[in-house]
Structures are given as C-alpha cells and as structure tokens.
Design a protein around this ligand. Structure first.
Ligand code: HEC
Length: 149
C-alpha cells in the first residue's frame, strides 16, 4: 500500500513537471506574435508589396479626421489645395514638412500625429485618387521632425 502511494505521487510529480514544461514551451512560443501590434509600419520596407496597403489602412481614418475637412474626402480640395492628381505629391519632403509643421493656412500636426501616422498619411495621399508614388518611411518622417520634437 505504501509503495503504491509512493509510485502514484512520483507519477503525479512527473506528470506535473511534464505539463509545466510543455506549458512553458507553448506559452514561450506564443508570447511573441500575441503581444506584437497588428500593423507595424516601421518594420515595412518600400519593397514590401503589402506596405502601401498597410499604410492606407492605418491612414484612412486619420485622413478623414484630420485632413478631409480642408482637402476633401476624395482629395478634391476645398479650403486646402487639391491633392488628387497633384504633381506636388511627388515630393515626400514637401508632404512630410507640410503635415508636421503646417503653413500659413494649414495647422501643424507634429504634436498630434506620431512619425508612423505621418508616414502612413503621406503614403496615403501619395497613393490615392490616381496618385502613385512610393511608400514614405517612418525614418524619413523622424529625420524631418528632428530631435527637438
Ligand atoms: C484647416 C485646413 C487644413 C487642414 C485641416 C489640412 N490642410 Fe493641408 N493645406 C491647407 C492649405 C490652405 C494648404 C495650402 C498651403 C497654405 O496655404 O497654407 C495645404 C497644403 C497641403 C499640402 C501641400 C499641397 C500643395 O499643393 O502645396 C499637403 C500635402 C497637405 N496640405 C496635406 C494635408 C494633410 C495630409 C492633412 C491632414 C493631416 C492636412 N493637409 C490638413 C489646409 C489644410
């Protein structure tokens, strides 16, 4: 009887140790993807075919909220100039600076939008309504924003 009990508890300990080991391996493997943010524009490169689509997805609600009142939902213009079919969209520097620092009749967005959001919006306006230019990287925005923030 005593021997039986010992072997049962030994089996139990072994079983628990195995279960814990397996659980450790499983949770270790699952931690990385589960905690990663869904769209990480900073990790995308202009060569990535999905990068522009990801940027557009991120930027669409941001453009509606921050820009379309002056530039129109379809970039047709209004208080602000037309962005649809504009050759100005060729210069990412112009777009980034305009969005970060504004100008006489446009407010600056440097305090309101992150580098990633500005990169996404710049990519969005460059790739909507007939415009087609490469992805604007987060690094390009960070560089123009400068260390002062
Ligand atoms: C309050 C109105 C207003 C808002 C809001 C606004 N803009 Fe503008 N935007 C302007 C005006 C006006 C200009 C023309 C420059 C000027 O007169 O200051 C301009 C110029 C631009 C230009 C340069 C285009 C050119 O032809 O020179 C870009 C790009 C641009 N805006 C993008 C944006 C984006 C992206 C947003 C949202 C993050 C935005 N704007 C929000 C009014 C606005």
């Amino acid at each position: 009887m005593k021997r039986f009990a010992t072997s049962v508890s030994f089996a139990l300990v072994l079983g628990l140790a195995t279960a814990a080991g397996a659980a450790g391996i499983v949770s270790g493997a699952e931690t990385t993807p589960a905690s990663a943010p869904p769209v990480q524009l900073a990790q995308l490169t202009p060569d990535d075919p999905a990068a522009v689509a990801s940027a557009i997805e991120l930027a669409t609600p941001l453009f509606r909220r921050n820009c379309s009142s002056c530039h129109g939902n379809a970039g047709e213009g209004g208080i602000g100039p037309r962005l649809a079919g504009s050759t100005k969209m060729e210069s990412q520097t112009l777009i980034i600076n305009q969005v970060l620092f504004g100008s006489e009749y446009m407010p600056p967005f440097a305090e309101m939008l992150s580098d990633e959001e500005v990169a996404a919006i710049a990519t969005f306006v460059r790739n909507s309504w007939g415009n087609a230019y490469p992805l604007v990287t987060v690094e390009a925005v960070a560089e123009l924003r400068g260390p002062a923030r």
